[in-house]
Design a protein around this ligand. Sequence first.
Ligand SMILES: [Zn+2]
Length: 60
Amino acid sequence: MPNNDLIYANCGSDHIVINDTIHNKKHKYQCQTCQRQFVPNNSKVYINYQTKELIDKLSK
Ligand SMILES: [Zn+2]
């Protein structure tokens, strides 16, 4: 079970882990699929898993 509801929009993976905490106390995440790190401070980077499911339903 994933430890959160994040999907990394760049590759669609939900294998996201908290990788580090940066200076302003925001978490830095890492996608375990493509090993990229990102800060989920930008709505273009990730979407909520339920939002993704909704989008999938609407797009069918
Ligand atoms: Zn990835």
